[in-house]
Design a protein around this ligand. Structure first.
Ligand code: SER
Length: 886
């Protein structure tokens, strides 16, 4: 019963049987609190439930919560490895009441579990209460039967719990166990309280207040309960060991270190093993929750933890990156309780390997610099800040790693010298910086970056989060506040809004505080990592320092994700079909459509486009998970990842993979693998469908595809389908027969046109009546056929005149056609035997004059002209006759 996994389930089961809902641990990066670096207690996920802002379907709950205390208010990093109980990562078991039960029931539940469930001997237990909380003291006496000397009143903040500078808080009562006289130490409140004899293992917080600002507290609407039991501590007690590192879970991890590195966890090596075991847990869980090592914010805390562990690996004698090989031991111990660890195992493993590989490149040189610089230093001396900064800047030694390395020799680091060196470097960077574009506006972002660091982007994992307003900018200047109607740019410490890059448009949505609501119309990345939200204040007033809830327009983002993932699939399909010369030359990922430009020398055929589209859709149908890994650019490219045109990459890149290839060289291998910082669907099926709309040229050697996905593609196809159905109805055909039917109609029409032309000619020649010579007369001994025709196209007049010549044998023909709008065209034809005497060109000129036109043209045997005055067609015929007559 006393293994870590059993203790966890005993606790949760006990509270479930007592009517509590078992709620999963929330992620280590709090979604609902902008002031917290990491989730540092079980109550964090319920913060808004306590204050009444949020309601749940249950009023009591129990959790095993992942907690990291490193960086931020509760920071245990420096002590880990050197004390019996400090950990950067631990599990907190808790039970919660949201206005349901309060002090009495909380004490009763805790006491019963401790004394009956865990079977701890009553006479070794004692409790503390806040000195102003007499009620709690009375209840402990009543429920637990504890004598007064075992209920210790503490007047300090130790017995007043606060999550952070703001939020729900209240007096608390802690339960201790006396580990026996053989351990040094005194009861809480005594001068020897720092000893280990009296061990605190459960904290019951009687949540009564909401700290809204420093010094300002209001009563919570309904008094509530928040308790936290350190799982690892309970394991120590139940397993009869002094240190958390001796419990079953840690023993397994430490054995894994021993085995991997080939050492024994004894003497100095023991501390290193403890550091590694703890830091492996925090690193793995942080990575599983979406934090990746970086030089800013949370990512930097993670990097510090990882590098600290990696230095200890090196101290133990590891000659190559080995942290990652410890991971299976951890997943084996904790993967059942925390499935995210199993899901992210590959990512964690690769991230550990990558970080250790990179750090090792400079680790040895850094350590030798450190030992040279400290060779003359003795116990109590100080390492100069300049060297510490050099270690930080050039060798990637976070300050606390340097401090840790000198700790055994009792040497400190000159912190103010370190800070001076840091400031000097920043000043240089500022002096060397030259902005692009509008300098004044650009400078603002650079200054904000310097002042607050880069914005933490949470949008890979969430579309809603809280942040604190760091700056409000208008016209390139920072301002203190904005009110209804203002158009401003907002910078917050962390945001789920994606800033436009890599072709993907920025997010839109809502930013809201207690007093204001803003509509975000766009998000851009400026000044190297500052996310700038362009927004209109819809109502209220917003000020710098306000806490805000940021909510991305979910439907729009979902379309952006689908379109972005579809570009990756099309990219790969294009390469498969057209060849590997195809490279991306730009893209636009908008919510309503996608545009994708690639290098390719000629237009793509309809058949090629169809195959490309089919291939992309095949991967969509696989509904394959989309995975993201972090790698160096070189490794990623070596693995065949496609790098995007025009993107700047940092040292580490995200590599997005999706699908399994079905054809050729890609068969059974990852289908699309690309370097990409964008947001993607979690499985390809979410794209729904991709439909290529068009293919066109954008420049020499660059072709552009436009396509739709999901609902837009479906709507487009539905519209096309409607069109075909309407056609079918009109044609009185089945939709499947429409094409054949239209082809037949076109053919039939051609035939009819031909027949019609023939008929008209016949009609014209015959003068509308049967019989041959109508309209033929003799003019100056020459046979002359002159006729006004209607309904004959001007282009058909010549062949009509040819027919006329044939029927005359020898003679002259004039046809004047009059069009519907009253214009005339005339053709004069002269049989070959007469061209010596008459020129058709001269004759047609006369006709043209009569029609109000200006001459004509042709050959002596056939000429054509036109004129505006169709009413004078008869006169034109007579004018030609006159000319023949001479
Ligand atoms: N919030 C309290 C703590 O962290 C009890 O859960 O100790």
């Amino acid at each position: 019963m006393s293994g870590v996994n059993e203790i966890r389930s005993t606790f949760l089961d006990y509270f479930r049987k007592n009517g509590h809902e078992i709620v999963p641990s929330s992620p280590l990066v709090p979604r609902n609190d902008p002031t917290l670096m990491f989730t540092n207690a079980g109550m964090v996920q319920f913060k808004n439930v306590f204050t009444g802002l949020e309601s749940r379907s249950y009023s009591t709950a129990t959790t095993a919560q992942k907690v990291v205390r490193a960086g931020g208010k509760h920071n245990d990093l420096d002590n880990v490895g050197y004390t019996a109980r400090h950990l950067t990562f631990f599990e907190m078991l808790g039970n919660f009441s949201f206005g349901d039960y309060f002090k009495e029931r909380a004490i009763e539940l805790a006491w019963t579990l401790v004394t009956k469930g865990f079977d701890l001997p009553k006479d070794r237990l004692l409790v503390t209460v806040y000195s102003e909380d007499e009620e709690a003291a009375v209840l402990w006496r009543k429920i637990a039967g504890l004598s007064d000397d075992r209920i210790i009143r503490i007047p300090t903040s130790d017995n007043f719990w606060q999550m952070g500078d703001t939020g729900p808080c209240g007096p608390c009562s802690e339960i201790f166990i006396d580990q026996g006289e053989h351990v040094w130490g005194g009861p809480p409140g005594s001068p020897e309280e720092d000893g280990d004899r009296f061990l605190e293992f459960w904290n019951l917080v009687f949540m009564q207040f909401d700290q809204t600002a420093p010094g300002e507290r209001s009563l919570l609407p309904r008094p509530s309960i928040d308790t936290g039991m350190g799982l690892e501590r309970m394991a120590c007690i139940l397993q009869g060991v002094q240190s958390v590192f001796e419990t079953d879970l840690f023993r397994t991890l430490i054995s894994a270190v021993e085995e991997t590195v080939g050492i024994k966890a004894e003497g100095e090596a023991a501390a290193s093993c403890r550091v590694i075991a703890d830091h492996l847990r925090s690193s793995a869980f942080l990575i599983a929750d979406g934090v990746l090592p970086s030089n800013e914010g949370r990512g930097y805390v993670l990097r510090r933890i990882m590098r600290r562990a990696m230095r200890h690996m090196q101290l133990l004698g590891a000659r190559e990156p080995l942290m990652w090989s410890l991971l299976p031991a951890l997943v084996g111990e904790m993967g059942r309780a925390y499935p995210e660890l199993v899901r992210a195992e590959a990512l964690i493993s690769e991230t550990l390997k990558l970080e250790e590989t990179r750090f090792r490149k400079t680790l040895e040189r850094g350590l030798s610099l450190l030992s040279d610089a400290t060779v003359t230093l003795k116990k109590g001396d100080m390492l100069d800040g300049e060297t510490a900064f050099k270690l930080y800047d050039t060798y990637g030694f976070p300050l606390d790693l340097t401090q840790d390395a000198l700790r055994a020799r009792d040497i400190n680091v000159d912190l103010s010298g370190f800070n001076d060196a840091m400031q000097r470097q920043k000043a240089e960077a500022r002096a060397n910086w030259s902005g692009s574009g509008d300098k004044a506006t650009e400078a603002v972002w650079f200054e904000l970056k310097e002042k607050h660091g880069a914005t933490e982007f949470l949008g890979y994992d969430t579309e809603a989060a809280e942040g604190v307003v760091q700056a409000i900018v208008r016209d390139g200047r920072t301002i203190d506040g904005a009110s209804a109607g203002d158009t401003v740019q907002i910078v917050v410490n962390q945001t789920p809004f994606y800033g436009e890059s890599g072709g993907q448009m920025g997010d839109t949505g809502v930013i809201a505080s207690d007093h204001a609501r803003l509509l975000v119309t766009d998000t851009q990345k400026k000044g190297e990592g500052v996310f700038v939200h362009s927004a209109v204040v819809e109502s209220g007033k917003l000020a710098v320092g306000d806490a805000v809830a940021l909510t991305v327009d979910h439907a729009r983002r979902a379309r952006l994700r689908a379109n972005h993932s579809a570009t990756h699939l099309l990219h790969e399909a294009l390469r498969e079909v057209l060849g590997t010369h195809v490279a991306q030359k730009g893209s636009l990922v908008a919510p309503e459509r996608l545009r994708f430009d690639v290098s390719h020398p000629k237009p793509m055929s309809a058949e090629e486009l169809r195959v490309i589209e089919d291939m992309a859709n095949e991967i969509i149908v696989q509904n394959a998970p989309v995975t993201t890994r972090l790698m160096t650019v070189d490794d990623a490219i070596a693995e065949g990842a496609m790098a995007l045109f025009g993107e700047k990459y940092g040292d580490e890149v995200r590599v997005v993979s999706m699908g399994t290839g079905l054809h050729g060289a890609k068969a059974n291998r990852p289908y699309s693998v690309e370097l990409c910082g964008g947001t993607h669907v979690s499985a390809t099926g979410e794209i729904g469908l991709v439909r290529i709309l068009s293919e066109s040229a954008v420049g020499s050697g660059v072709r552009r595809l436009e396509a739709l996905t999901g609902e837009a593609a479906r709507a487009y196809l539905a519209e096309q389908d409607e069109r075909v159905k309407a056609l079918a109805t009109t044609l009185k055909a089945q939709p499947g027969d429409v094409l054949a039917r239209v082809e037949a109609l076109v053919e039939e029409r051609r035939k009819l046109e031909r027949e019609l032309t023939e008929a008209k000619k016949k009609l014209a020649l015959s003068g509308g009546t049967a019989g041959g010579d109508e309209g033929v007369r003799e003019v100056a001994g020459v046979k002359y056929l002159g006729k006004v025709v209607t309904g004959v196209e001007p282009k058909d007049l010549k062949s009509l005149a040819d027919d006329g010549k044939k029927s005359l044998g020898s003679g002259i023909v004039t046809f004047v056609g009059v069009s519907a709008d009253g214009k005339a065209s005339a053709v004069v034809a002269v049989t070959d035997d007469l061209t010596g005497r008459y020129s058709a060109v001269d004759l047609v000129r006369r006709a043209s004059e009569a029609l109000g036109g200006k001459g004509g043209g042709g050959r002596p045997d056939m000429a054509q002209a036109g004129g505006p005055d169709g009413a004078r067609a008869g006169a034109a015929i007579e004018a030609v006759a006159g000319a023949i007559a001479g």
